[in-house]
Design a protein around this ligand. Structure first.
Ligand code: CO8
Length: 258
């Protein structure tokens, strides 16, 4: 498929989506989010893909929703078209793992998009922020909710109320990103990490992702019960048999469902 706002690559079993509107610092226009959703649909449906990397340019992962596109919309426009539609949330509904590889700005909707992914690898120059309040609006795609869960109320509140940006080191300390790597290594490191996941049993990877995500949705007791049932169900897979047999036989596992 020919895309105008993104580039799509495959590296072995890893699908890579590069946001590519350099003149607008990858602002998340309607066209870009449509294509992003289509690319995620296509990787999700592709049995040869086991994990996905979402990245941008060195200067910007994404500088937010497209302000020029939004500026003149009325309340009726955004309400009736349900602005922040399914396209925006597609990254959070993907069942295969999605890693955000963030270099440069991840602001507003860009920060929200990164947080919709399963985890964030940051380059040393990454900057995260929810600056919507400085342009007279507020986070609308999860910033006030996901950021608060990641970094706690005090930091999230300060960021949402002032628009202050957090650099990569602070983001790592606060638990927003899993790791910080040099700018030049970011894409390779993300692909390497995604390849490692893609070499594992896909159904078990998907169950594990479901279990971790459930921690954000439910009580500890229910979450533990959910996890226990999924753990039990891994014993119905041939990959669990192969993984444990390989350990006992001191060899590498050869998972069938990857
Ligand atoms: N939308 C549209 N265009 C943008 C955006 C954006 N968010 N960000 C940057 N651009 C454009 C600039 O207008 C400029 O274009 P031009 O050359 O035609 O004037 C070009 O990108 C380069 O930008 P700058 O010249 O400003 O580059 P600087 O290096 O000087 O500054 C910054 C970089 C600090 C990132 C600056 O561009 C900036 O502050 N951008 C806006 C950040 C922002 O406020 N983001 C939040 C947007 S609101 C939002 O995301 C709401 C999400 C809610 C969910 C929405 C669901 C649909």
């Amino acid at each position: 498929m020919a895309y105008e706002n993104i580039l799509v690559e495959t590296h072995g079993k890893v699908g890579v989506i590069v946001l590519n509107r350099p003149k607008a610092l990858n602002a998340l226009s309607k066209g870009l989010t449509r294509e992003l959703a289509q690319a995620l649909d296509s990787f999700e449906a592709n049995d040869d893909i086991g994990a996905i990397v979402l990245t941008g340019s060195e200067k910007a992962f994404a500088a937010g929703a497209d302000i020029k596109e939004m500026a003149s919309k009325s309340y009726m426009d955004v309400y009736m078209e349900d602005f922040i539609t399914v396209d925006w949330e597609r990254a959070s509904t993907c069942r295969k793992p999605v890693i955000a590889a963030v270099s440069g700005y991840a602001l507003g909707g860009g920060c929200e998009l990164a947080m919709m992914c399963d985890f964030i690898l940051a380059a040393e120059n990454a900057k995260f922020g929810q600056p919507e309040i400085t342009i007279g609006t507020m986070p609308g795609a999860g910033g006030s909710q996901r950021l608060t869960r990641f970094v706690g109320k005090s930091k999230a509140m300060e960021m949402c109320l002032t628009g202050r940006m957090m650099d990569a080191a602070e983001a790592e300390r606060a638990g927003l990103v899993s790791r910080v790597v040099p700018v030049d290594d970011l894409k390779d490191e993300a692909i390497k990490t995604a390849s490692k996941i893609a070499d594992l049993s896909l159904p078990v990877v998907m169950m594990t992702k479901e279990a971790v995500n459930r921690a954000f949705e439910t009580t500890l007791g229910e979450g533990l019960r959910f996890e226990r049932r999924l753990f039990h169900s891994t014993f119905a897979t041939e990959d669990q048999k192969e993984g444990m047999a390989a350990f006992v036989e001191k060899r590498q596992p050869d998972f069938k469902n990857k």
